[in-house]
Design a protein around this ligand. Structure first.
Ligand code: SAH
Length: 394
């Protein structure tokens, strides 16, 4: 097997089970691996460190997935890793919920593989050259484990570029999912458009937070910003919100949200959906003197990397300041960040800064996080990305 030898003193992260080895840490390669091959990583003194996928084109030269020298990375290894991930999600799936993340990349020891289940269909993201090579094996394993009707490739093109892979969307196995596939989450039905929808089709990472927030919604006037297909809106309507206003810039998101209100027999007259830019719409509400009891702010990732942090912090601050100004006395702001580069402490500071600018006192009454099907390995803190605060604004 090809051996990748690290520079002297560069073994610490691998020993601590961090899965990424940057190309700058590599001293020498013994053999001539193809991109995506499994290699043996050793320290400068030849001590075994782990097995991982090699890629000469990526800044991450090796993606480690096994630290036990005895465990060879063969087909059985992949079978057992996928089986372990599937079994950890079994308790999430029941007659109320048939959608969740099945495999979460490094967090499930399968670097570059994301699998989401949408009812009887699976949506795959293959984001490493190593997983690309194992694609047919992975499909066989998933078919055996989950008996889906179809498997669809939803790999994000920009992430694949870093690995030297071309875009890869389309049907991989079985039947084509319907354009609007009904899935269930906590008893609410959503149409998911796997082929055209964002990310892998649905944001199942907000499952618990939607439910938690809806507990505050009865008789309240709710504004759901960045609503997508209506996760927060539908839960709030179901729990008896007096009125829910949903805002998203995507026409497909708004169309799907409207379908979803009807699919769940919720009261259309209490729901208003607006296709607009949130920043613009918040200013329009302010100018019109419109206020709300609960505001959800769940924007897309503002900081794709650490270098974008300053700019992102200002954008989060402005958004939250505007949100706070539209709340009635004692109203609740549910504010999120899905930027991995913004940790919870930084996020709290940004919200404090927004409150100061808005001239408001705020109390944090709850912290939100990503659910258990998006686990965080403590040796891979980069996997923690979703955080949120429920804030009472005085
Ligand atoms: N809260 C949603 C997920 C939000 S994802 C849920 O529970 O499912 C982020 C959403 O923000 C996407 O739907 C995207 O279309 C929308 N979006 C991105 N930029 C926007 C902008 N400037 N104004 C309004 N919506 C925006």
């Amino acid at each position: 097997m090809v051996e990748v030898i690290l520079k002297k003193g560069k073994e610490k992260a691998a020993i601590q089970r961090h899965p990424w080895v940057f190309s700058g840490a590599v001293e020498k390669i013994k053999g001539s691996p193809e991109d995506g091959d499994v290699i043996r990583l050793v320290a400068f003194d030849k001590e075994f460190l782990g097995y991982g996928f090699f890629n000469s084109r990526s800044r991450i030269a090796v993606r480690l997935m096994e630290w036990n020298e005895e465990r060879q990375i063969d087909d059985t290894w992949f079978e057992s890793r996928v089986a372990q991930a599937v079994s950890a999600r079994r308790s999430l799936l029941n007659d109320q919920t048939d959608t969740c993340r099945i495999v979460f990349s490094e967090a499930d020891f399968l670097p570059g593989l994301i699998v989401d289940k949408y009812g009887d269909f699976l949506s795959l993201q293959i984001l490493s050259a190593g997983m690309e090579k194992k694609k047919s094996l992975l499909i066989n394993i998933l078919v055996k484990e989950l008996q889906p009707k179809g498997i669809f490739d939803k790999s994000d093109a920009s992430a694949r570029e870093h690995e030297g892979l071309s875009a890869g969307t389309g049907l991989l196995w079985g039947a084509q999912p319907p354009e609007f596939l009904p899935v269930k989450e906590n008893g609410i039905v959503y149409h998911v458009n796997i082929a055209e929808g964002q990310k892998s089709g649905f944001y199942c990472d907000q499952r618990e937070n939607r439910l938690l927030l809806s507990g505050y919604a009865k008789d309240k006037d709710v504004l759901d910003c960045f609503s997508y297909s209506g996760g927060f809106s539908l839960n709030s309507l179901k729990q008896g919100a007096a009125r829910v206003t949903s805002v998203d810039s995507s026409a497909l998101a708004i169309e799907t949200l409207r379908q979803n209100v009807q699919l769940n027999n919720l009261d259309l007259s209490r729901s208003e959906s607006i296709q607009s830019d949130v920043n613009k719409q918040l200013r329009a509400f302010r100018d019109a003197g419109r206020t709300f009891d609960i505001i959800v702010l769940d924007p897309p990732k503002y900081a794709p990397s650490r270098s974008a942090l300053d700019r992102a912090a200002r954008a989060y601050k402005d958004l939250n300041r505007l949100g706070m100004l539209l709340l009635n006395q004692g109203g609740l702001l549910a504010t999120f960040s899905c930027s991995g580069a913004v940790d919870i402490e930084t996020f709290k500071q940004i919200i404090a800064w927004a409150a100061l600018d808005a001239g408001k006192e705020v109390q944090v009454i709850r912290q939100f996080t990503q659910p258990e099907d998006h686990p965080v390995r403590l040796s891979f803190p980069e996997g923690e990305y979703l955080k949120g605060l429920l804030v009472r604004v005085l």
